[in-house]
Each structure stands twice: as structure tokens, then as C-alpha cells.
Design a protein around this ligand. Structure first.
Ligand SMILES: C[S@@+](CC[C@H](N)C(=O)[O-])C[C@H]1O[C@@H](n2cnc3c(N)ncnc32)[C@H](O)[C@@H]1O
Length: 375
């Protein structure tokens, strides 16, 4: 089932009435200004506003936030306007005070997972702000879309990322230490958060039960593999990733074995290959090549072999507008590398082409899924 809303009504050429013109005019402004939302959020994370509210016991006034985040006194009046946009966007809540008192700002579901806090707070905060920083990173995310029109007109085969920045993304992780760090930190933060939830849920945790070994391919700095090894100590976990990633990986107390290599060349043998947020970076042909290497690495289905993919399956998960819009936005974000967020029939096509016989989808985390793929 497609999650994309498509209208089937016939095209009628009617003169728009005044109400329609008003509506169109407002919506045009709204679309044109939407970038202010994500850049305002990026600024709030950079200033550390979620952490400042958290450290004030979960509710802070504007002067508290300004003091705690180092906003220059000359800029304090502007901070109210930033907080107003972010309150409208659902990032913070504002509580109107009694006469004479200041407005109090509190955290919402979004800002609660963006709390960076290196102080000893009573409840350990969740911090996926490194992923937010990557998604809205000016030089390697936002600016690449400035080349979208040029890329659409161009006959060449370069990806949007290459058109904008002159190198493929995994080339840039090799040449640009700050991008390499931003990507690895984002993946580490995201995996620590998301695998905590996946492994706490009995149904999704079961997917990893009974395995003797697992290799996390494109596993970055090992946060997912470490979470699996801690939840299932008898599973021997290793991580395969490119040399520029593995050479900067933390030690993780030896819980996880790190292997530098190229997944297109060789994947070390294991009961299961785990691919979290990897296949959506690639087009179908590359996915088939990766999955064929995975199939060589695992035993037959009867002997417990499987590939475990964590990615979006468009049309699965909660079916509210936020999820549907996130799926299509994420798809276009991955289009920068020639990757894609796939519907079930698109996944099935690449599984069959890579020689697999069966699969099972388990929706997780509101908008992601786990797909077990069996040889
Ligand atoms: C989007 S990141 C996902 C990281 C991690 N699995 C996660 O979910 O946090 C994709 C990963 O694939 C790795 N990668 C890209 N090309 C690779 C290759 N040819 N062989 C092995 N890993 C590769 C990248 O270095 C990066 O760590």
C-alpha cells in the first residue's frame, strides 16, 4: 500500500475563488519559510536549549535559558522569537504565567531526546542531537539541495551529493575529518537510542534471540553491535566498516570486534548479518550486490541463517501524516546518494534478485521497520 496521498479526482479548470487564493497565498509563504523551522531547531540544539531546560528541572524562563546558554545580552529579545517558532513547531511547550511572572518553557517529546547533558542529572537524558545535527548540517545536507535543479537538468550520472560537493559521500568521509566525525557521531547516537528501544520490546528483541554470532555491516562505531552484545551476551558481535570509520572507533571494552573492509568485496561469516540504515544509501543494483555478499556469509535458513535489515518500509508503521511526510522527505534525503526509502514490493524485488526466498517485516520506532530476510 502506498503511503503517499494521491488524488484521483479529474482535473477541472475553474477560476479559483477568493478563499482559494487566500489559502494558496498563505501556503506559498508557509512552504517558502519551512527551512526556518529546521534551522531554528539546529540553532536551539547548538545553543543547548533542551539541556538548559532539563537542568532547570524541566521548566525554564527566557532569562534562565539566555543565561544558561550564553546568549549575548544584546540578543535576548530575539530569543523569545526563536522560542515562539519552536513552540509552534512542537519542540517546546510554553506555559503562560500569572500576572507579573515570566513564561515557562518545558520540553516535549522532540526536545526530550535532544538533551545534551554532561552533568550528573538524576535521570540520564536521551541525546540524539548528533543525528539532528547531521540531518540539518549546512555544508553536507542543506547545501546539497541547492544543486537539485542543476542535477535534474544534467544528463550525467553523478549523484546529487557529488554534483554539489564534487565527491561521493564515502569519499568525503575519507577526506574530511569533520564530516567523518559528524557522520560517525550521528550514527552512534542514533543507534544507542534506537537499539535501546528495539531491544526492550519483546517482539523486536526476539529477532536477535538464538543467534550465535552477528556481523553488523556498515556498523559505524559499534553502538548497535554493543547494544545487541549486552542484551544477548552469548552472541559474538563484530562490526565491518570502511577503514576511515574503523580507525577512529572507540575500544568498547572489547565487547565488539572491529573489522576494516569493503562489504562489496567480503563479509565475514556469521549466523546473521545486520544492516542498519545501510541499504537505503544505495540504489537497487548495489543493494543486490551487498545482499549477495551477505548470503555468502550466513548459513542456510534451517541452520539459523538470516539477514536483519533495519530501514524504512514505506507504508508500514504508524499511518499519521508526520510518519508519511517523514518517509517521503527521508526518501528525497537519501536520493542525494542514489539511495531510496523503499515500499515492500521494491524490497521484495531486490531480495529475490539477490537469491533470498522469504522475508518478514516488523514495524518499529514509529517509522522504521526490521526486515528479516531468509536464504
Ligand atoms: C548511514 S551509515 C549507518 C551506520 C550504522 N549502521 C547506523 O545505523 O548507525 C552507513 C555506514 O555504511 C558504511 N559503508 C559505506 N560503504 C561501505 C563499504 N563499502 N563497506 C563497508 N561499510 C561501508 C559507512 O562508512 C557508514 O558507517
Amino acid at each position: 500500500m502506498s503511503a503517499v496521498q494521491e488524488t484521483t479526482s479529474p482535473v477541472v479548470h475553474e477560476e479559483p475563488n477568493t478563499h482559494d487564493l487566500h489559502q494558496g497565498y498563505v501556503e506559498m509563504y508557509h512552504h517558502g519559510l519551512v527551512h526556518v523551522k529546521s534551522t531554528a531547531l539546529l540553532c536551539a540544539v547548538g545553543l543547548g536549549i533542551p539541556g538548559a531546560i532539563h537542568r532547570r528541572g524541566g521548566a525554564a524562563t527566557l532569562p534562565h535559558i539566555a543565561t544558561d546558554t550564553g546568549v549575548h545580552p544584546a540578543k535576548r529579545s530575539y530569543l523569545r522569537r526563536l522560542m515562539r517558532v519552536l513552540t509552534f513547531s512542537g519542540v517546546f511547550n510554553s506555559h503562560q504565567p500569572d500576572e507579573g511572572n515570566e513564561t515557562l518553557y518545558t520540553l516535549t517529546n522532540v526536545s526530550r531526546i535532544l538533551v545534551s547533558d554532561d552533568t550528573a542529572a538524576s535521570t540520564p537524558p536521551c541525546d540524539v542531537s548528533a543525528m539532528l545535527r547531521l540531518l540539518a548540517r549546512p555544508s553536507t545536507s542543506i547545501s546539497t539541495f541547492f544543486s537539485l535543479e542543476e542535477w535534474f537538468r544534467d544528463a550525467g550520472t553523478a549523484t546529487l551529493f557529488e554534483t554539489a560537493l564534487g565527491v561521493p559521500t564515502w569519499g568525503l568521509t575519507k577526506n574530511d575529518a569533520s564530516y567523518n566525525r559528524a557522520l560517525n557521531d550521528a550514527c552512534f547516537a542514533d543507534s544507542s537510542f534506537s537499539m535501546g528501544i528495539v531491544l526492550k520490546d519483546a517482539k523486536s528483541a526476539n529477532i536477535f534471540r538464538g543467534l550465535g554470532s552477528l556481523v553488523d555491516v556498515g556498523g559505524g562505531h559499534g553502538a548497535a553491535a554493543m547494544a545487541i552484545a549486552k542484551a544477548f551476551p552469548h552472541v559474538k558481535c563484530s562490526v565491518l566498516d570502511l577503514d576511515q570509520v574503523i580507525s577512529k572507533a572507540p575500544d568498547l571494552d572489547g565487547t565488539v570486534k572491529f573489522i576494516a573492509g569493503d562489504m562489496f568485496e567480503f563479509i565475514p561469516p556469521a549466523d546473521a548479518v545486520f544492516l542498519k540504515y545501510v541499504l537505503d544509501c544505495w540504489d537497487d543494483d548495489h543493494c543486490v550486490k551487498i545482499l549477495r555478499q551477505c548470503k555468502r556469509a550466513i548459513p542456510a535458513r534451517d541452520d539459523g541463517g538470516k539477514v536483519i535489515i533495519m530501514n524504512v518500509v514505506v507504508g508500514y508503521g504508524a499511518q499519521d501524516n508526520i510518519v508519511k511526510e517523514t518517509h517521503v522527505l527521508f526518501d528525497m534525503y537519501m536520493m542525494r546518494y542514489s539511495g531510496a526509502e523503499r515500499e515492500e514490493h521494491e524490497w521484495k524485488k531486490i531480495f529475490l534478485e539477490a537469491g533470498f526466498s522469504d522475508y518478514r517485516i516488523t514495524p518499529i520506532l514509529g517509522f522504521q521497520s526490521i526486515i528479516e530476510v531468509f536464504p
